[in-house]
Structure formats: C-alpha cells, structure tokens
Design a binder for this molecule. Structure first.
Ligand SMILES: [Zn+2]
Length: 208
C-alpha cells in the first residue's frame, strides 16, 4: 500500500513541476528580448569616431563674421529716417551692409519717421563743419561734409554716392556705440587715422 502512495504523490509532484515549468516557460519566452541590447554596443563604439567633429567647430567659430553673428542674441533695433529724401538711397545701402555684417536686422528704414525712437539722419549744421564727418548726438546722426574736396576724387564729397554711403555707415556705427579709432572697432570707425577718409567704397563696415 505504501509503495502505491509514494508513486501517486510523486506523479502529482511531477505534474505540478510540469505546470510550473510550463508557467516558467511562458515567462522565459520574453527573456530573450533583453538580449537585443547586445548589438547596441558596436553603435556606441562608433560614437567616439564622430567626436572629432565638435573639435572642428571652434575652428569655424574663429571667423570674426561668425563670432559677430553669434554674440548679439537679442538684436537691438534702430529705426532710421532720412531728413533729406535723397539720403534714403544711401541709408538703404548702409543699413543692408551693417545688418549683414552684424547678422541681424539692427537697422531699418522708416521713411515716415513715425516709429518710436526713430533716429533722424541729416546733414550737419555749419557749426559742426567736418569734425568727425558723422556724429550721433541728440538722437540724430549728423553727416558733416568736408570743407575741402576729398584727395582722391574731383567731385564734391556730398555728390559722391559711394563716399556718402561710407560716411552714413560711420554715423550708424556711432549709434551702435563705436567710438572713433576705438580698438576693435570696424575700419569704418577709423576716420582720424585714415589719410584717405572718407573711403571711396566700403562694401562692409570692416572693409580695408
Ligand atoms: Zn565718428
């Protein structure tokens, strides 16, 4: 009798194990899935290969143009209005060159002069004469024609479109806070050290 009981209990135990093993078998079916991350390792190995790319970026940032474009994140905005209608053409040129050089729309033309804080651009009164050639005071940019003809042109300065544009650019530089001959200022701000000022052309504020 005892011999029959034992096998019966053993068979129950075997069936129970079979059930557990079946349950565990279902659980283990999902186990192989985490094995998948193993192939990800070669991907990580490839990452250090791409690391030299960021190293090359500071070399690109060394360009003065790129640095100028990156620094002024909040772009200040100065609306300009020509006190003399004909100056609008010079202003358009000067505005475009400054905005491109800085990398944002720091200047904008306001032909009607109605925007808040608009800055007038005008020819200087006689008392200013040719001191500084272009000044920014009292919310107005004053363009001062010289009392003598420029050394490299037979035309009166005020009638030379390109030269006048350069002087306008100089005046706009004063709005930005550049002082005459200041260290680090673009070349358009160096009239005192230039024998040939104003330049006959200035495609950018820092053109030689
Ligand atoms: Zn000046």
């Amino acid at each position: 009798m005892k011999e029959r009981v034992v096998p019966a209990a053993a068979s129950i135990a075997i069936m129970t194990l079979a059930l557990y093993s079946a349950a565990c078998g279902d659980g283990e079916t999902t186990t192989p899935t985490p094995t998948a991350p193993a192939p990800a390792s070669p991907t990580l190995v490839a990452s250090p290969t791409a690391a030299p790319t960021p190293t090359a970026l500071p070399t690109v940032a060394a360009s003065p143009t790129a640095a100028a474009q990156a620094s002024p994140t909040p772009c200040p905005q100065y609306p300009l209005t020509p006190a003399v209608g004909a100056l609008a053409a010079n202003l358009n040129q000067a505005i475009a060159r400054w905005n491109q050089w800085i990398g944002c729309a720091v200047f904008a033309l306001d032909p009607t002069g109605t925007q808040p804080g608009v800055i007038a651009v005008d020819f200087a009164p006689a008392e200013i004469q040719d001191n500084g050639w272009a000044q920014f005071s009292g919310g107005t940019v004053y363009l001062a024609p010289p009392t003598s003809l420029p050394p490299n042109s037979a035309q009166p300065y005020a009638n030379d479109f390109d030269m006048l544009t350069c002087v306008v650019m100089h005046g706009l530089g004063h709005i930005l806070g550049y002082q005459d001959d200041a260290t680090g200022a673009p070349l358009i701000m160096r009239p005192l050290s230039w024998a040939w000022w104003p330049p006959s052309s200035c495609s950018t504020p820092d053109s030689p």
